[in-house]
Design a protein around this ligand. Structure first.
Ligand SMILES: *Cc1c(COP(=O)(O)O)cnc(C)c1O
Length: 398
């Protein structure tokens, strides 16, 4: 069996387009906070499918939604309504500050739609204004346009020429945003807490300042809540921490609890696409809608965002206490999107050592570790995670 599997891995490696490196394990099953590989090793999962599996691995409600809907109707076509679409649209829209939704399948696709919607608005209402100001260390996806919006230095020469019309301001620096405004600016786009950029929390002053700047200049505020949405930061949506409302919001990752689903949401005045301007084969697809509805119902009925806030605060408190003894600093985040720094640029080694001990945690930068567990995580899980982690942290020498 083991030999067969390693042969299959070799074949897959010779046939998959190379886009990443993988650990030499084959994950086979998951339940709650735990994943197991084919050799029977189990892993306490603080990566959570990359901030995706908000309800943990293979939760009952998703299994049932998939089973029930698959028996009834898996896919119809964008030309018709379907029952889960009718039920889920209302549930999602009624639970956020936006009025309209377009469903898609990935975060990048939702963001691409948000950018199109902003440009459409610029064409109709602002003399063709099209520029969007994004922020340093942002991450908005991997289509050509969302890569341009992301503006990562490492991608600078990739796939040229990229989509034009993006300018990058310094995150949490209002003046930097203001200095980039021109008559061509149509929107400002950011994550309330930057995820891939290393868990950087937008300040209250920055977020409120951006909202005011948008109001004063007739610009759209686009929040990419692909990672921060769905309870991740301790509220259902990240914008709720700031007492402001975006004009456009995108969701993915947690929204499907592991099923490929995303959403582009907008205020009523942005219901300006004409038929044909935007669409997708899988938009509002029955199986995805049934899963989305099951995930949101569960999040709401079990108050899972509150657990995220409570357990997240507990985790931050414990990390702060540990920072007196161990070499960790700059503990940051909201809810269950948390990171901290280590001083030796050895985050990858620490993550590898934890992996060998059955703990999954993400090294989001050479000197930073990120924690983004399922939102059902308990204090006991946190204690267990930290008891493994601390064996691999350096002690403070001072
Ligand atoms: C993951 C992520 C994306 C991209 O989502 P995909 O589903 O991989 O396309 C976009 N924005 C943010 C903030 C993300 O965390």
């Amino acid at each position: 069996m083991a030999k067969q599997l390693s042969e299959l891995i070799q074949i897959a490696d010779s046939q998959l387009l190379t886009v990443t490196t993988r650990k030499p394990v084959v994950m086979q099953e998951g339940q709650g906070m735990i994943m197991r590989d084919t050799t029977g090793n189990s892993y306490l999962d603080f990566v959570g499918g990359w901030a995706v599996n908000c309800l943990g691995h293979s939760p009952r409600v998703i299994i049932d939604a998939i089973n029930d809907q698959a028996r009834a109707l898996i896919n119809s076509s964008p030309s018709y309504y379907n029952l889960p679409m009718l039920r889920y649209t209302k549930l999602l829209v009624d639970n956020c500050c936006l009025d309209r939704v377009f469903f898609a399948s990935s975060g990048a696709e939702a963001n691409e739609g948000a950018i199109k919607l902003a440009r459409k608005y610029g064409q109709k209402n602002k003399n063709g204004a099209y520029e969007i100001i994004t922020t340093t260390n942002a991450f908005h996806g991997r289509t050509l346009t969302t890569m341009a919006a992301t503006g990562k230095a490492a991608w600078k020469d990739l796939y040229e020429p990229k989509t034009k019309g993006f300018k990058q301001a310094i995150f949490n620096d209002l003046e930097s945003v203001r200095s980039l405004l021109t008559e061509n600016t149509v929107a400002i786009m950011l994550e309330p807490v930057q995820g891939e950029g290393g868990v950087n929390v937008a300040s209250q002053e920055f977020m409120q300042g951006l909202r005011d700047m948008c109001d004063q200049n007739g610009l759209l505020l686009i929040l990419d809540e692909v990672q921060t949405g769905f309870g991740r930061t301790g509220k259902l949506f990240g914008y709720q921490h700031y007492g402001i409302e975006p004009d456009i919001m995108t969701l993915a990752k947690g929204i499907g609890g592991g099923f490929p689903l995303s959403a582009l949401l907008a205020k009523e005045f942005l219901n300006i696409f004409e038929p044909g301007d935007q669409g997708a084969t899988y938009s509002s697809q029955p199986l995805a809608m049934a899963v989305g509805r099951a995930v949101l119902k569960e999040l709401l009925s079990k108050n899972i965002a509150t657990n995220s806030e409570r357990v997240g605060n507990y985790l931050i408190g414990r990390l702060q206490a540990m920072s007196e003894i161990y070499d960790i600093s700059n503990i940051r985040g909201k809810g269950l999107l948390i990171a901290f720094d280590v001083s030796q640029n050895n985050a990858n080694e620490i993550s590898d050592l934890c992996f060998a001990d059955g703990l999954l945690i993400n090294a989001c930068k050479p000197n930073s570790l990120r924690l983004m567990p399922p939102l059902i995580v308990t204090q006991e899980d946190i204690d267990e995670m930290l008891s493994i982690l601390e064996t691999h942290l350096l002690k403070r020498s001072d």
